[in-house]
Design a protein around this ligand. Structure first.
Ligand SMILES: C[S@@+](CC[C@H](N)C(=O)[O-])C[C@H]1O[C@@H](n2cnc3c(N)ncnc32)[C@H](O)[C@@H]1O
Length: 315
C-alpha cells in the first residue's frame, strides 16, 4: 500500500495518454491522496501549473502538501468537480489537461468514522465533504447535506429498492429495502455495521455463496446517492462540448471510472464529441489495468480509463 493510504490506478496509462509537457497546466478534479497529482506536477515541472480539486478537505490538504516539493505552482479548490468548468472560465492559464479519477479513496474506506466501510462500526455518514467542514454523523443537522443515515431513515421502501438496484446493481434490492424498512420500524439504524448486518440477513443463505460481502453493493449505492456522484459527472461531461471556454486548445481529458454506469456516461459523451469532430479518441474502447496491476491493486480490477483530445475549433 502507498504511504498515502491510496494506491493510484493506471498511473502509467494516465501519464502516457496525457503526455504532459514542461510548463503546461493541468487540473486534477479528484486530487485524493495526490498520487496522480504528484506525477503530473513532476511532468509539468516548476514552470507548470496544477489545480487541485476535491470535495474532501482532508484529502485536498494532503494532496496539496504532497505536491508542494515539486515546485509547481499550485492552487486548490474544495468543490465538486461539477463546478470546475464554471470556475475555470475566468481562470488563466487554461489547463492543457484534465484528470478525473472517480469514486472514493482507499482512505475513505479505512476510516470507520466516515461511514463508508461496512466492516467496522461507524456513523452512517458517507458524505465526501465531511471532515473538517462537516462532523461525521448518522443524521445530518438541519440545513446540512443528507447523510446515508438520512436516506436509510426516510426513503420509502420503493425508492430504497430503486436506489440499491440502479446504483448498486444488487439483484436482491427489493428484499434488502424491505429488510431495512422492517428494521427501522423496530429501532433507528444508527451504524454501518447495523446496516451491514440487516443486508446480510436479507441475503439469507445466499450470503455464503456471494464472493463479496453482501453489503458491498448497498453501501456503494448509498455513497453514490449521498454524493450525487453521477449527477456531478454528468454536469462535468455536459460542459465538455463548450470546453474551449474553460480548457486550452487541444486539451486532453482523462477519466477513470469504476462503475459501469459512470463508464457508460463517459463513453457516450466522448463518442458524441468524436462524432461531431470536437475530439479525437486516444483510448479506443478504454484502457484497463494490466495483469500485474490488477494482482497488486484490487481496486484497479474494475478501473477503466478513457481519454480524448479536444480538436482546434474551425471558425
Ligand atoms: C479515487 S480518489 C482519487 C485518487 C487520486 N487520483 C490519487 O492519486 O490519490 C477520488 C477522489 O475524488 C473525490 N471526489 C469524489 N467525487 C467528487 C466530486 N464530485 N468533486 C470533487 N471531488 C470528488 C473524493 O473525495 C476522492 O478524494
Amino acid at each position: 500500500m502507498d504511504a498515502a493510504g491510496h494506491e493510484p490506478v493506471l498511473m502509467d496509462e494516465v501519464l502516457r495518454t496525457l503526455a504532459l509537457q514542461p510548463g503546461e497546466s493541468v487540473v486534477d478534479c479528484t486530487a485524493g491522496r495526490g498520487g496522480h497529482a504528484l506525477r503530473m506536477a513532476q511532468a509539468v515541472g516548476p514552470n507548470g501549473h496544477l489545480i487541485l480539486v476535491d470535495l474532501d478537505p482532508e484529502n485536498l490538504q494532503y494532496a496539496s502538501d504532497r505536491v508542494a516539493p515539486s515546485g509547481t505552482s499550485t492552487c486548490r479548490w474544495q468543490h465538486s468537480f461539477a463546478e470546475v468548468p464554471r470556475a475555470l472560465r475566468n481562470f488563466e492559464p487554461k489547463p492543457n489537461a484534465l484528470l478525473a479519477d472517480l469514486g472514493v479513496a482507499s482512505t475513505h474506506l479505512d476510516r470507520p468514522e466516515r461511514g463508508f466501510s461496512f466492516r467496522e462500526e461507524g456513523p452512517l455518514d458517507m458524505r465526501l465533504a465531511a471532515g473538517e467542514s462537516l462532523t461525521p454523523t448518522t443524521r445530518a443537522a438541519p440545513g446540512e447535506p443528507a447523510t446515508a443515515g438520512d436516506l436509510v431513515a426516510v426513503l420509502p421502501e420503493r425508492e430504497l429498492a430503486d436506489l440499491i438496484k440502479t446504483w448498486g446493481e444488487d439483484p436482491f434490492a427489493k428484499r434488502i429495502a424491505r429488510a431495512i424498512v422492517e428494521a427501522r420500524e423496530r429501532e433507528p439504524i444508527r451504524t454501518t455495521t447495523a446496516l451491514a448486518e440487516i443486508v446480510r440477513r436479507a441475503y439469507g443463505a445466499r450470503a455464503r455463496e456471494s464472493r463479496m460481502h453482501p453489503a458491498t453493493r448497498t453501501f456503494m449505492a448509498l455513497r453514490i446517492a449521498v454524493n450525487d456522484e453521477l449527477g456531478a459527472l454528468e454536469r462535468l461531461l455536459d460542459a465538455l462540448p463548450r470546453a474551449s471556454d474553460w480548457l486550452a486548445p487541444e486539451a486532453r481529458v482523462a477519466m477513470i471510472s469504476f462503475h459501469s454506469l459512470e463508464d457508460r456516461l463517459i463513453k457516450r459523451a466522448f463518442a458524441g464529441m468524436v462524432r461531431s469532430g470536437q475530439a479525437i479518441d486516444l483510448t479506443r474502447g478504454g484502457l484497463v489495468a494490466c495483469d500485474a496491476e490488477a494482482q497488486s491493486n484490487p481496486r484497479a480490477r474494475s478501473a477503466r480509463l478513457r481519454v480524448v483530445q479536444l480538436t482546434e475549433p474551425t471558425s
